[in-house]
Design a protein around this ligand. Sequence first.
Ligand SMILES: [Zn+2]
Length: 267
Amino acid sequence: MDKLQIYYTVIYIFMFIFGVCVGSFLNVCIYRLPIGESLTKKNSHCMTCGEEIKRYDLIPIISWCLLRGKCRHCGAKISPRYTVVEFLNGVVWLGTALWFDIIEKPVYIIFTCLMFSAVIVVFFMDWDTQLINTWVVVFIGIMAIGQIALCRAYDQVSITSHIIGAFVVSVPLMIVTLVSHERAMGWGDVFLMIAAGLYLGTQGALVALAVALVTGSIGGLTQKHFSGSSKFAFGPYLSIGIFVAIFFGEKLGDWYMQFTGLNEMLS
Ligand SMILES: [Zn+2]
């Protein structure tokens, strides 16, 4: 292995471990933001017996495996979802570093990783509560502005496209929200797509919406089949769309243009 390969390997390992640790904080956000609890004040405690979880039992993923998913104090089952969120965030951070060259685009990758983490919070929080926390959306907006301001050198999306991206999906969603009296769509979805659309640009925002509509129809029907209720959150599907748009947005957009013949019409 030459020196450069060693650098990359060390960075990749670091990205995964750091991502997992941030994932641990995301769990805190997912559970505490909806009930208005402080993110920093109280230590984590068992959901069943209320016993404070000891520092040495708070190592992400490892502690849960060592304790076989049970509280050390009362033996109650601890949801595997905490570990899933930690692992997911680690994989997403590692994946982002691998997909985009981390030594070439470090600033872009930092903004994108943090944005993805906020999107993971939206996914689980909206799934649980059917609400999207405003602060999480504001955070995505700040990441978007930071990325646009600091990554001009290699950003393939123009500033105009970023600005149009903020409206191209959010405005139609807003109309649906108003017309349906918030039954089909909520304001959380609208604000999410203003912030994420700004991040993604026009093409990315449209890809995110398309993916959300396809996965949302499948997910909504499946949910209806199993629970009988047609009420479901759209935010998780928009979250999936945002992920797909960052990684495959350009390719999917080009494919669509070719498929529909729009590229010839526009050229
Ligand atoms: Zn307990």
